[in-house]
Design a protein around this ligand. Sequence first.
Ligand code: FAD
Ligand code: NAD
Length: 476
Amino acid sequence: PGPQLPFDKEKKTVVVLGSGWGATSLLKHLDTEDYNVVVISPKNYFLFTPLLPSVAVGTLSTRSILQPTRYITRHKTRTVSVIEAEAKSVDPVAKTVTFTDNSEIQGEVSTTTLPYDYLVYAVGAEVQTFGIPGVREHACFMKELADAERMQRQFMDCLESAAFPGQSQQELDRLLHMVVVGGGPTGVELSGELHDFLEDDLKSWYPELAGKVRITLVEALPSVLPMFSKQLIDYTESTFKESKIQILTKTMVKEVKPKSVVLQNPDKSIVEVPCGMVVWAAGNTGRQVTRDLIAQLPTAQTNRRGIAVDDHMRMDGTDGSIFAIGDCTATSYAPTAQVASQQGAYLARIFKQMARKEAFVARKAELSATVNQITGEEEKKTVVAELASVEKQLTKLSKLRPFQYSHQGSLAYIGSDKAIADLPFMNGNVATGGVATFLFWRSAYLSTLFSLRNRVLVANDWLKVKIFGRYVFILV
Ligand code: FAD
Ligand code: NAD
């Protein structure tokens, strides 16, 4: 048989699905002395999503924002099993997960099933396309590492094709028009990063194309960044205006074609706009495996946005053995890294509490069994006293504190070395934008990166870009 999972029969098994913000935060904080821990994820690394748009334009290199999951687990006190596989189904009654090895090289077994005592369901979400024709086929996403690499390739292809001798003016205009769909933070940050590349590097790399590239940000709602204050929305819009990034609000993308995008204008008229690249940043939806799990509990799980959980992140309709955190859940919190990582850390505390409770339950059973057999008065007194103290502890440990989110503020990079921040401060809110906020944005993200290695790599990339400019090219 292949490698055995590190099962200690005395301990309960926690299976963690995912290696993103929620799962990684849990793994960082979990005491692995208490449980057998198995992590299953199709990616054997953690991706620092806030800096993904910077990778897409070559400001940062891919390795700088990745952290191998084994790098985290190898520092734990007991072995944690990391399995690169995709969970295909969860059986909440039999308490099993079935998962598949999707890699190109496979062994004899590519699908197997594992039992769990506790399941931490943290598979995130996938890109929402609303079934709009052509999105999946012709647009780039901005969710995974492969998306950033694909966008970089397509962006560079547009520039190289535009630089090809003999292109007509019409074709030049098309190739040099970049459309970003979705005025949420992802679309805004990506537009800002694209603008920086054009401003800082295009002039020296492609002097003949400088000033000809256009960026259009399309948003269906009346404004971009609805989660930020009005003042910061205005600041972003005026910065984009100066940066010559066109914002089309109340405009909806209806179709994406190989060489154009079909828009519905605010007056409902339809136009087809030629473009070289479309980046789709129009939000997220639940994964198929999540929809399948929800469908198994139709009475308790009625929210179409995701998994309904109680105050302790336990999936409604289960016996408390499935916890769900992050973007796969439907809660009152926004689907952000901040929320997912706090939920992961919270769960680690809950697991510690449950382990301590079990230890006291076992001790109570031991003491109760011996107390009546003791004949010596003094000895009996001691055991009775310990029993009382154990019961006190048990009462305390039976009360699980509910999850409470502590909002640290919202930050977004908007290009031109400017960022915006809505920060909770002295029971009020501070809305700030500009270069100082940009420096704050950089230091905040640097300190949030999970390891010293990543901090050094990202700081080094920023320095390299300052000195030598960005380094992007087409590998194939
Ligand atoms: P994820 O981090 O998406 O992790 C899900 C994990 O599950 C992944 O490891 C995935 O590989 C794995 N998985 C997928 N399918 C399966 C399966 N079938 N079986 C097992 N594992 C599976 N939030 C902020 O708060 N601040 C920001 O600045 C910010 N910037 C962002 C920038 C971008 C470009 C993007 C895309 C998102 C950004 N977010 C930001 C949002 C943030 O990334 C998400 O809210 C966060 O990733 C959610 O964490 P999660 O653990 O729920 O999911
Ligand atoms: P989002 O859901 O916040 O924004 C998507 C936008 O696309 C919406 O405003 C929607 O109206 C628009 N849209 C949808 N369909 C459209 C269409 N057909 N045509 C035109 N516009 C369309 O998605 P996001 O920006 O990817 O963010 C996802 C989550 O991640 C959010 O919770 C966000 O707060 C978080 N996030 C945070 C940061 C940050 O804090 N800096 C950065 C990125 C993401």
